[in-house]
Write a protein that binds this ligand. Sequence first.
Ligand code: FES
Length: 163
Amino acid sequence: MALAGEIDISKVDEIVKELGTGPEQAIPILQRIQGEFRYLPPEALDRVCELTEITPSQLYGVATFYSQFRLKPVGKYIIKVCHGTACHVGGAVTITDTLEDELGIKTGGTTSDGLFTLESVACLGACSLAPIVVIEDETFGKLDPKKALQIVNDFREREQQGG
Ligand code: FES
């Protein structure tokens, strides 16, 4: 996991070189940085301000306004619990409550072992499978709290066996 101080800052230089330095590039630059580091490391944001015409207040304004951007490091697996209408009706709140209890974190938090980050997201476009949870690129549908727990525990076991 990329921790503060351990990032390859030259990636930021490459991204800015490719996308340009105008303030209108703030969102694409942030998206690319997050794609690279999985969150927005402060030193990467400082570097963007050095290299572009974007001021720190503009950049942090954009980074905090849009919920897609993360300002804190995330775990190896991001668990996204869908809270769109269909999933909400199907019991997403109970699934989130159960996972928060199991992982000992609140939504938005990361487990102390750095394995899981729990997020709440809007409709992911798979309503026929509601309620759903997405972990990295895998979608798990028609869940109940027990199945959701089982899935998280399967990921843990997979990890203990060496990923
Ligand atoms: S509401 Fe969850 S996938 Fe649409």
